[in-house]
Write a protein that binds this ligand. Structure first.
Ligand code: PLP
Length: 392
């Protein structure tokens, strides 16, 4: 199948996937693939999860959509669940990661204006990825997502990731900064991890300066790293946290959660979304979080991720071009010392779906329902490809 009717934003597609079940996908020719990508950290419960499918089917026959002029019980229940799971106090629902982040940036601006800052500025990180809308691409650190779309949205300053010295220098030179926005693990940026220590230092730093600490957990959230949110490994509470990818196990939904003063800044008329938090999307997200909790799947994500990472560490121990194997739970990066994009089609040809990001980092985001045997297959297929890899 091919058509000229789509805008050319994604280039040539790798295959036509027509069916998914658990950790497996099938293409239109009947070929079967083990999925170590989960639609980019989306389907943590695997494909076609029966609880999510049932919730969607049932909700679709009762009420698919109504506007936010009306109370939506699913939305209220989901907000309660998310707050209980995270220690945050209030939620705004949108439809994507970028939209969740737009809400966070708007909260930061309200906070800055309340402090009397005329050009409220959000401090973001080198190499960050926050989305493709104008504000979120302006917040992102790679020129790749910005090139051609100038003028950028104003009100962002930038520091080096995981580097308190760089942060302090930028902060001391810009009195308009009122918030810090950071991915606790940079996903698109190559699985670059913030240590617990760094997150604790950020919390302290933001408190001292009256800044909001805002975390982008669009990719790290929803159980993927072994806790509901990654920040829960470090004992801190952010003022704002955003999430999306895994929230509805494949149904578009995003959330901006806030705590304390930051949760009180939005007022009627400030923000909204036609579809945000609609009955259908919230039904899927409720089924997802209920399944995650009832079946202890974030704990499973931790164990599974450890198994996969240990497998690769053993299999690739003496491979010179492997720089580092790192990650947390089911968010794993294998960094090579050279570009390795062609490993994606090479793995597909062997029936395995992976991703390469930041040119040199193999990124694995498997579903948490993967069995030990399937996890071992991921290592068995991919490790030899990495070992024998020459160059793109
Ligand atoms: C994917 C991602 C986004 C953007 O989410 P969309 O749903 O594509 O808008 C933002 N931030 C992070 C950290 C992401 O991984």
């Amino acid at each position: 199948m091919s058509t000229d009717s789509l805008m050319n934003t994604y280039g040539t597609r790798a295959a036509t996937l027509v069916k998914g079940e658990g950790a497996w996908l099938w293409d239109a020719d009947g070929n079967k693939y083990l999925d170590a990508l989960s639609g980019i950290a989306v389907c943590g419960l695997g494909h076609s999860h029966p609880a999510v499918a049932k919730a969607l089917a049932e909700q679709a026959t009762v009420l698919t959509h109504c506007s936010n002029f009306f109370t939506i019980p699913n939305q209220e229940q989901l907000a309660d669940k998310l707050c209980a799971a995270s220690g945050m106090s209030n939620v705004f629902f949108g439809n994507s990661g970028a939209e969740a982040n737009e809400a966070a940036i708007k909260i930061a601006r309200l906070h800055g204006h309340k402090k009397g800052i005329t050009l409220p500025t959000v401090l973001v990180m080198d190499n960050a990825f926050h989305g493709r809308t104008l504000a979120t691409l302006s917040a992102s650190g790679g020129r790749r997502v910005q090139a051609g779309f100038e003028p950028l949205v104003r009100g962002f300053a930038r520091a080096a990731f995981d580097d308190m010295e760089s942060l302090t220098t930028v902060a001391d030179n810009n009195p308009s900064i009122c918030a810090l926005f950071v991915e606790p693990i940079q996903g698109e940026g190559g699985i670059r991890m913030a240590s617990s220590e760094y997150l604790q230092q950020l919390r302290e730093f933001c408190d001292q300066r009256g800044w909001l600490l805002m975390l982008d957990e669009v990719q790290t959230g929803n159980g993927r790293t072994g806790k509901y949110f990654y920040f829960q490994h470090s004992g801190i509470i952010p003022d704002v946290v955003t999430t999306s990818k895994g929230l509805g196990n494949g149904v578009p939904i995003g959330a901006c959660l806030a705590h304390g003063e930051a949760a009180q800044l939005m007022h009627p008329g400030n923000h909204g979304s036609t579809f945000g938090g609609n009955p259908l999307a919230c039904a899927a997200a409720l089924a997802t979080i209920n399944t995650l909790q009832d079946e202890h799947l974030s704990e499973r994500a931790a164990v599974l991720g450890d198994r996969i990472m240990a497998g690769f560490k053993t299999a690739l121990a003496d491979v010179e071009h492997v720089v580092e194997i790192r990650g947390k739970g089911c968010m794993i990066g294998i960094e090579l010392n050279k570009p390795c994009k062609s490993l994606f089609p090479a793995a597909m040809a062997q029936g395995l779906i992976i991703n390469v990001t930041a040119d040199t980092v193999i990124r694995l985001l498997p579903p948490f329902i993967m069995t030990d045997d399937e996890a071992d297959q991921v290592v068995a297929i991919l490790a030899p490809l990495i070992k024998d890899f020459k160059q793109d």
